[in-house]
Design a protein around this ligand. Structure first.
Ligand SMILES: N[C@@H](CCC(=O)N[C@@H](CS)C(=O)NCC(=O)O)C(=O)O
Length: 228
């Protein structure tokens, strides 16, 4: 059994989509990051960076515990030889686009979302800087998807990692109509039953109202930055 520590956010959804694609049985364990569950000693032991997603499982005599969505996707894709490749150049093309998502697309979109939506003060420079970066990155993705359905040719963990980040385009300062290949690719992704199911995990816990002071402190303020 796989213990899957999650909260309904893009980084966790990458993992639930892959689990659904692989038809794996897993035990979803909620870590309410608004409430501050990510700072418990038990969770920090599994994920010292205080972030979801994380997983734990037993493999023979070995206990495996992983955090960082990219590492988790690579672990299962490699183990089950699915949504990856045995061909070395294709394999590294997939790793390259997975890295692009983890190191660029995700963090930049996250910052755009933060300054356009969560920030308590309006900082035009930051809003422009990250919205511009977001638009640049959507442009890169749009170009890559020219004349092909999937990011690296075949459906892979690069697609799985990228898709959940393309949900809140308005808050990222992005108009998706400017990126028609990304729009087409999103439609294809949405049609996959595993993607639909993976995206729904924990939907009912998703916050629709504004963050309270305490929640803001947990995610972006005093409690987040306290030495632990
Ligand atoms: N690089 C990490 C990022 C994970 C991440 O940012 N997780 C967020 C939710 S999407 C989180 O747990 N935030 C809680 C916190 O920062 O305290 C990954 O790809 O797994």
């Amino acid at each position: 059994m796989i213990n899957f520590y999650y909260w309904p956010t893009p980084n966790a959804r990458k993992v639930s989509i892959l689990f659904e694609e692989l038809n794996l049985i897993y035990n979803p364990i909620k870590i309410d990051i608004n409430k501050g569950d990510q700072f418990s000693d038990k969770f920090l032991n599994i994920s010292p960076n205080n972030k979801i997603p994380a997983i734990e499982l037993v493999e023979g005599k070995e206990k495996i515990s992983l955090f960082e969505s990219g590492a988790i996707l690579l672990y299962f894709a490699e183990k089950y030889e699915k949504f990856f490749s045995n061909n070395i150049s294709k394999k590294y093309e997939i790793i390259q686009w997975l890295s692009w998502q983890i190191a660029g697309f995700g963090p930049m979109l996250g910052q755009a979302h933060h300054f356009n939506f969560y920030a308590k003060e309006t900082i035009e420079y930051a809003k422009n800087r990250y919205s511009n970066e977001a638009n640049r990155l959507y442009g890169v993705l749009n170009k890559k998807l020219n004349n092909q359905n999937w990011i690296t040719g075949e459906y892979s963990i690069a697609d799985i990692a990228t898709y959940p980040w393309t949900m809140t385009t308005e808050r990222q300062g992005v108009n998706l109509e400017e990126f028609p290949n990304v729009q087409k690719w999103k439609e294809l992704m949405k049609k996959r039953p595993a993607v639909e199911k993976g995206m729904k995990l924990g939907q009912e816990f998703k916050k629709t109202s504004k963050l309270t002071e305490k929640e803001f402190s947990n995610l972006f303020g005093e409690n987040q930055y306290k030495q632990r």
